[in-house]
Design a protein around this ligand. Structure first.
Ligand code: AMP
Length: 299
């Protein structure tokens, strides 16, 4: 039995050696041989603890490109809460297995904090034309500076043709588009739809921290968004917000942090409906100190 366990772990370690690049130099060397042949590179940045939502981004990238790179890096500068950073799930071995189940040829980049930040674990300051001051930006100060810093650095290393981001983090997606525009980066940003559990809960690495009851009850988030969308057909943004607040005030398991109906492009809160604009609802909720976000298009 002991011998068997040893063989399994050795096999796993071998897999990691074969597939996982941990330094910029190693990955760049490999990618150089690809860019020399003018083949396209698709890139999926993640923080690991992979689920089917992440894998859907990978599948899209494989469909669109000759090669696909995924990064797995829990970026410390985008966490404004040290407890959240400490508790963020880290599951590299299972992640590698899941990636392999999609395709054997995906290149995995899993660097250390030192490799990415060279001893200076701080963010650069970005101006995203105000997108960074809404919702997540209000409640997680500095978060988008951390995101901008790491995504820019990853883009410089991977030099992707296309990069894939989930609409689950819609504000982040718009901010990355702004980053590309402002910094004149040569990469096309592709937004991908949200993958959900059967009960509607948006898949998230943080869901691994929920117990079974919390996971089941978390259907309240998507169900409320669906109802909010329906009400928005006939009611004002203010009335819809009141409905959402009231719904969560009745729950003793979930605490609403924010609910916003905002313009998809500017992310500015909707005061009065304008039929030429596209709106989207955004929500952040706490359950047992675990923060969950979700979003839905109102068009
Ligand atoms: P994360 O590992 O949470 O930083 O996410 C990495 C990428 O996967 C981001 O672009 C996310 O928006 C995307 N993503 C996370 N959850 C989902 C989901 N449920 N459906 C689709 N994409 C997702």
């Amino acid at each position: 039995m002991q011998l068997f366990t040893k063989i399994v772990s050795l096999h796993r370690i071998t897999n990691l050696f074969v597939m996982v690049f941990t330094t910029e130099a190693e990955l760049s060397n490999r990618l150089k041989t690809i860019s020399d042949t003018q083949k396209t590179i698709g890139f999926v940045p993640t923080m690991g603890a992979l689920h089917d939502g992440h894998l859907s981004l990978l599948k899209q990238s494989i469909k669109d490109n000759h090669f696909t790179v995924i990064s797995i890096f829990v970026n410390p500068t985008q966490f404004n809460n040290t407890e959240d950073l400490k508790k963020y799930p880290r599951t590299l071995e299972t992640d590698v297995e899941k990636i392999k189940s999609v395709s054997d040829s995906i290149l995995i980049f899993a660097p250390s904090v030192e490799e990415m930040y060279h001893g200076k674990t701080i963010s650069k300051k970005f101006d995203f034309d105000g997108l960074e001051n809404q919702m997540e930006g209000k409640f997680r100060p500095g978060h988008f500076d951390g995101v901008g810093t790491i995504v820019k650095r990853l883009f410089e290393i991977v030099k992707p043709t296309k990069a894939y981001f989930g609409e689950k983090d819609f504000q982040q997606l718009q901010i990355i588009r702004k980053l590309v525009e402002k910094e004149k980066l040569k990469v096309e940003i592709i937004g991908c739809p949200i993958f959900r559990e059967k009960n509607g809960l948006a898949m998230s690495s943080r869901n691994a921290r929920l117990n079974d009851v919390e996971k089941k009850e978390a259907s309240i988030i998507y169900n409320t968004l669906i109802k909010a969308k329906e009400y928005f057909g006939t009611k004002s943004a203010n009335e819809v917000s009141k409905f959402v607040k009231k719904t969560f005030s009745k729950s003793n398991m979930f605490d609403l942090e924010y609910f916003e109906i905002a313009d998809e492009k500017t992310l500015v809160s909707c005061k009065r409906k304008n039929k030429n604009k596209k709106y989207r609802a955004f929500i952040a909720v706490f359950v047992n100190n675990i923060r969950l976000i979700d979003t839905i298009s109102f068009n």
